[in-house]
Design a protein around this ligand. Structure first.
Ligand SMILES: [Zn+2]
Length: 275
């Protein structure tokens, strides 16, 4: 990849002019007309495709209208985000693309093995160069296919998170979330949890800058005891194993959904923090 200070110009709809490369076809030129291109980067991705990234200077976006609403958000694995209003936003899944990615991943591993064996055989028996090249090209193709499906999943997940965070910022003036470091950034060997962590991190980053852009407030609170306290009466009934999804408060008898109760507690903490 290479980067340069920009002398890029939008030539026409879907056409941009780059130094060295000249005029190329691209998308999203509409969004570039209102900004000034400062830097550009051209890179070759593992998918075998070239990407152009532009750093663009634009006017700060206008603040969104105030709604007078406040929300607490908890994170989960089955559901990505649970709101104190009782709404559960599911974790993003792309079953078909995920299956394809796994399939090409195993082909990639198998072919890599084949290539190594062929090279070894060739050294011993002078196996034809043509066969070796074939194996090598098949392996490379598997690598690209794998990368393409992985990129597809990542892009779709990003798109899903963009839509979700924009919807939340539009809906609420104040958003309270738990401190990420303490609870969610532990190294995790469970794949589902590792993916949930990555999504949550991305979600939080988007939420933070969108709140700043659109004149909304993001509050971070400590995650202590949010899943143990009754959000109705404040009774502390001790830790609960993760498989307990619902419980009844022994003091006031309120029936709780574990995640929604935690989200309400997070909201309460946030309210206390702002006073
Ligand atoms: Zn209670």
């Amino acid at each position: 990849s290479y980067t340069g200070r920009s002398t890029c110009h939008v030539l026409a709809k879907r056409r941009i002019r780059l130094p060295k490369l000249g005029s190329i076809r691209t998308s999203k030129t509409n969004q570039l007309n209102s900004g000034r291109i400062k830097r550009y980067t051209v890179s070759l991705e593992p998918t075998g495709r070239y990407y152009l990234s532009l750093q663009v200077e634009v006017e700060a976006p206008q603040a969104l209208p105030k709604t007078g609403r406040m929300v607490g958000l908890d994170v989960g694995v089955a559901d990505l985000v649970i709101s104190s209003d009782g709404v559960k936003y599911g974790t993003f899944h792309a079953p078909w693309a995920e299956k394809q990615a796994t399939k090409w991943q195993s082909k990639y591993a198998k072919r890599k093995h084949q290539v190594t064996i062929t090279v070894r055989q060739w050294n011993h028996n002078h196996k034809t160069v043509k066969e070796e090249l074939n194996d090598y090209q098949n392996w490379q193709r598997a690598q690209q296919q794998k990368a393409r499906y992985q990129a597809k999943i990542a892009n779709q997940r990003k798109d899903y998170l963009h839509k979700l965070t924009t919807a939340l910022v539009k809906q609420y003036d104040v958003i309270v979330i738990e401190d990420l470091k303490a609870k969610n950034l532990q190294k995790n060997h469970c794949l589902a949890k590792a993916i949930a962590n990555a999504s949550w991190f991305q979600f939080r980053t988007m939420l933070a800058y969108k709140c700043a852009w659109y004149g909304k407030k993001l509050i971070t609170v400590k995650p202590n005891y949010t899943s143990q306290i009754c959000s109705h009466c404040g009774y502390h009934s001790g830790p609960k194993p993760l498989n307990i999804r619902e419980w009844t408060c022994p003091k006031c008898g309120t029936y709780h959904d574990r995640d929604i109760n935690a989200a309400v507690n997070i909201l309460h903490k946030g309210l206390k923090a702002v006073g």
